[in-house]
Ligand binder design. Structure first.
Ligand code: NDP
Length: 282
């Protein structure tokens, strides 16, 4: 078989922010369980390659591609690479994320802008450019958080109604996320119906975006049987969450990997928020 046709039929998994933490544990599990090529991606080439070397020394065979989700040119370069080499991707796990520490004294408005930039807007950019590349039978997993659900319940009734509405559009959601950031700059976010958590709002946005995009896939690519879900990994011992968290990174990877490897004949969960492998109320 010519090499390019061989690559086109090779199955591919891509995990963002997978040089450490939960992303790395997802890559390890996929290397062991997924019949295809698994890509470590990292914003920093050095950290990414070091991770790959460690995994190779453990007998695994991941590949590497640079991917900074805050850099649109990095996203489009990676998307072009996977399209040209493999004709698309089979599994996409949007894991990359940030959180300011509780004790961080950076002004709240700055924390809001920076946190939403990565967790919501950059994750959306990833989905904008990679969702069209997801192949028939593909699986898309967006790592959100139970904090996003808790935050939703702390929003004003009017905001809760919009976040839960089946007619919430991507444009309206983007507008709501922008509104939160702008209102924090004037210290008016509480008056606007938001709680005091930038990380929480960013993850409310990731979960709501997942529902919107899943509905779109059902409408526009129904026959492709792509399943897209948001999930919470649980509270996991990583650089982000610290050493007191109860779950190991491997345990944190279980639900994302379960969603990434839903069998070919599965038709659900789709457009859900999943925790401990169970669909959660929104
Ligand atoms: P870590 O801080 O350990 O890892 C985060 C990863 O994301 C790192 O690889 C980091 O890269 C990467 N990253 C950050 N920004 C970017 C970017 N712009 N482009 C590409 N990669 C980036 O966190 P966790 O493993 O704990 O978190 C993983 C995901 O799980 C996050 O989305 C988080 O919000 C979510 N989550 C975590 C929970 C927990 O208890 N740990 C609970 C619920 C959700 P680098 O090394 O370069 O900084």
């Amino acid at each position: 078989m010519p090499w390019n046709r061989l690559y086109m039929s090779t199955k591919v998994a891509v995990v963002t922010g997978s040089n450490k933490g939960i992303g790395l544990a997802i890559v390890k599990a996929l290397c062991q369980q997924f019949e295809g090529v698994v890509y470590v991606t990292a914003r920093d080439i050095g950290r990414g390659k070091e991770t790959v070397e460690t995994l190779v020394s453990e007998g695994l065979k991941p590949m590497f591609h640079q991917l900074d989700i805050n850099d649109l040119s990095s996203i489009t370069a990676a998307a072009a690479y996977f399209k040209d080499k493999y004709g698309g991707v089979d599994i996409l796990v949007n894991n990359a994320g940030i959180a300011f520490k509780g004790a961080d004294t950076t002004p709240f408005a700055v924390q809001a802008e920076v946190t939403l930039k990565t967790n919501f807007f950059a994750t959306r950019d990833m989905l904008t450019h990679f969702l069209p590349l997801v192949k028939t039978g593909g699986r898309v997993v967006n790592i959100s958080s139970f904090v996003g659900s808790r935050t939703l319940n702390q929003c004003s009734p009017a905001l809760q109604e919009r976040f839960r509405s089946e007619d919430l559009s991507e444009e309206e959601l983007v507008g709501l996320m922008q509104r939160f950031v702008e209102e924090t700059k004037k210290d008016e976010h509480k008056k606007g119906g938001w709680p005091d958590t930038a990380y929480g709002v960013s993850k409310t946005g990731v979960t709501a975006l997942s529902f919107i995009l899943a509905r779109r896939l059902s409408r526009e690519r129904h026959g492709d049987k792509i399943l897209l879900n948001a999930c919470c990994p649980g509270w996991v011992r990583t650089d982000m969450a610290g050493t007191k968290a109860p779950k190991s990174p491997e345990e944190g990877a279980e639900t994302p990997v379960y969603l990434a490897l839903l069998p070919p004949d599965a038709n659900q969960p789709h457009g859900q928020f999943v925790s401990d492998k169970h669909v959660q109320p929104w």
